[in-house]
Write a protein that binds this ligand. Sequence first.
Ligand code: ARG
Length: 586
Amino acid sequence: MKSGQLELFSRHPEKYIHTIIQGAFEKLAESHHLSHPTPFPHFELETKEIATFGDFSTNAPFLYAPLFKKSPLEIAQEISISIQQSLSSEFKEYIHIEVAGGGFLNFFITPSGWARIAQKLSSPAPRKRFFKKKIIIEFSSPNIAKPMSIGHLRATILGNALVHLYNHMGYKTIAWNHLGDWGTQFGKLLVAYKKWGDHTVIEKDPITELQKLYVRFHEEAKDDPSLEDEARKEFNDLEKGHSANRRIWKYIVDQSLKEFQRMYAALDVRFDYIIGESFYESRLTPFIQKLLRSGKATTSDGATIVSLDSYHLPPGLIQKSDGATLYLTRDLVSLLYRARKIHPVRMLYIVGNEQSLHFQQLQAINSILKLTTIPFEHVSFGMVLNSLGKKFSTRKGDIVTADEVFTEVLAHAKDTQKEKQTNQSNTQLDQTAQTVSSGVIKYSMLRSNRTSNISFDFDSLFSLSGNSFPYLQYTYARVMSILAKAPRQNTARAYNQLTKTDYELMRSLVRFEAAIEASASSQSLHHLAEYLFTLANNINTLYEKSHILSDSNVATRSARIQLLTTAARTIRYGLGILGITVQEKM
Ligand code: ARG
């Protein structure tokens, strides 16, 4: 029993403290003859950034004072006394409690408590795997015949990081890409391709040329509405398997995929499945027929719809009167396909918040049709804006593509590399610049709350201070260079003479899993990014305030080196979850 508690305290001090507070509340409730559910109702234990308020703190007395008909201060004092009485003498040496601010309970870990924790401190590692816990994470899902947008780039980076996060937590992740390769717009593209396309030009830069053709279609269709009819016919032929149309479409898919794969390689992103919307084509008609037979869909003016009045949503359009199916139809069939093929415990869709109505409809229709009982969520995210808070556009006025962002950041990274005059070869420099660029872009997109819009400001991307990848990279390389100089001796480590700055660093180190939890429950990596930033700050403060390699006390020096080693590994591992590779040297 006691050793179990020690183990809990050493590995997860916050969990241990949470249990003793809970126990004290339960006892108090009993002595007041209050019936309460066990464990005692929920309260939060906060990790304090500033140690003057304790290492951990809770406002639980404020929450539950009314239950006991006492003031928060009285409850806090009673709880504090009760905890002190129940602590064994060993734990009394490790934990110190204070009542503050009219009813807060602040917990301080003493130096001997930290020394205890330090002995068990280990570098982060993946949790135990549960192979039955499969999770499908759909992300990126760009549209063919168009360049990948900066919004798709955010989806790609966020989804990839969530894959790493859930892998760490022991899930079997399935990275899914729902390529936009089907729909009436391809009828338009086919018309334009056949009328104005010049293959020798297209071949040189397919995506740009196809994009131009698509724009031209819309311009010409303003004056000649018959083009729209032609487009419908072309798409119809494509659906029926018309060989010329299939061939052109296949060419477009292949060229687009090639482009996307280049971007995925640069970002070090992999998928288990890349399944375009076209894949579901043959399943659509049977699905719609079954739907009609079930009586849950109705026809209105020749179109098939599912009424969503009871959900206060506009009706879900399943099939248009001309027979065309929709984005929504393919998502319904794909949902069913994913559920049956993979049998996951959960499915996530990492898609921008402008599609939230679409996903609300998908949820509502699924509830009506009962396609699957496996929970699925739209993990939405905000827009990427320029530094002025406006929609991103180039000088020509079009939306900035993922490629343009990468090119710009890469150019900057190369300049910075060259200025450094290292003795790396040119290919090595290019390689480094690639890795750094991808880290810079990823970090700048992950450090903000998922749901907020982010402003992407090229000028500030490379700033060495503040919550940025270059700052973390710099900190990591700095620690590594110190560690490289540290003597390799197996001296005993002494944690009893460390300083406040060392404990601050330890406070960060024990919080790694809490940061993971916060990121997982909000599906937002900014908690992890902020955690890494605080950790880096604590490393740098330690570096500035203490003699790391020159400490005359060998055992203390050895202990500190151990802490810094764990800190460096935590930075590397944490960045790894964000999908970022850190360089050993700068
Ligand atoms: N291709 C779509 C777009 O770019 C995103 C697809 C999102 N995923 C989904 N299952 N609907 O707008």
